[in-house]
Design a protein around this ligand. Structure first.
Ligand SMILES: [Zn+2]
Length: 125
């Protein structure tokens, strides 16, 4: 990375001032003509803008996942299915809830969920 020519001024270390026709020190390389410290450039840029771009504290909602074998299989099938993302999330949450109250996924529940999600039960060959 070090030693690359600055992409803003093209290595001159100066940029044309649009208003006066004169030149000003390049904000990208501070006159060195080299692309050496990208983070410095970004810091300068963010100074002039309200910090609306805040990284989320904990990333996208950490997906909870069923723990039982039946629940996991069911959740995987739902995830790989063609349902909308919100429907998938809702059904998977339902599985987790069911596990929490029943300790595992009952066959009846799995059957019901498969029907609801439009997932065909795996047929033994
Ligand atoms: Zn430059």
């Amino acid at each position: 990375m070090e030693g690359e020519v600055c992409g803003i001024c093209g290595g001159d270390g100066r940029v044309a001032n649009a208003f006066g026709g004169s030149t000003a020190t390049c904000p990208g390389c501070h006159g060195t003509g080299r692309k050496t410290d990208v983070s410095q450039v970004f810091r300068d840029v963010t100074k002039t803008k309200p910090s609306h771009h805040k990284a989320p504290a904990s990333g996208p909602a950490a997906a909870k996942w069923p723990t039982s074998l039946e629940g996991t299989q069911l959740a995987n099938a739902i995830r790989d299915g063609s349902l909308g993302a919100d429907v998938k999330t809702r059904l998977i949450v339902e599985i987790i809830d069911h596990e929490a109250t029943h300790g595992r996924c009952t066959q009846t529940f799995v059957k019901k969920m498969r029907k609801q999600a439009g997932i065909a039960a795996p047929t033994p060959k």
